[in-house]
Write a protein that binds this ligand. Structure first.
Ligand code: ZN
Length: 102
């Protein structure tokens, strides 16, 4: 019986083992002599996981995608509002009568 790589639970034989890309380790590289020259590189590999861990991983991946979409849409709205503001200010006649400057 295979074991889940993430939670070490035994996976019953009747369940088809699911293989997912999981983080299997990391390499920390340090450059001596230079300050703050340190970076961590994660390593990923295909491992057998149980149903619940696979579902949890998919849920987290979906959450991450939604967050990225949300950030992208927020950035688009901010850029749109800023360019709209510039457009409105530029359309204003050269006297600058906008914003109560009568
Ligand atoms: Zn598991």
């Amino acid at each position: 019986m295979p074991r889940c790589y993430l939670c070490s639970k035994l996976i019953p034989v009747e369940d088809r083992p699911l293989r997912r890309r999981v983080r299997v380790g990391e390499i920390e590289k340090k450059k001596y002599g230079a300050e703050r020259a340190r970076f961590v590189q994660s390593q990923y590999g295909m491992r057998v996981v149980c149903k619940s861990c696979a579902a949890f991983q998919e849920h987290r991946a979906r959450q991450k995608e939604l967050l990225e979409l949300h950030l992208f849409l927020t950035a688009v709205v901010v850029v749109g509002l800023v360019s709209l503001a510039f457009w409105i200010l530029r359309k204003d006649p050269a006297g600058g009568a906008g914003f109560g400057g009568v």
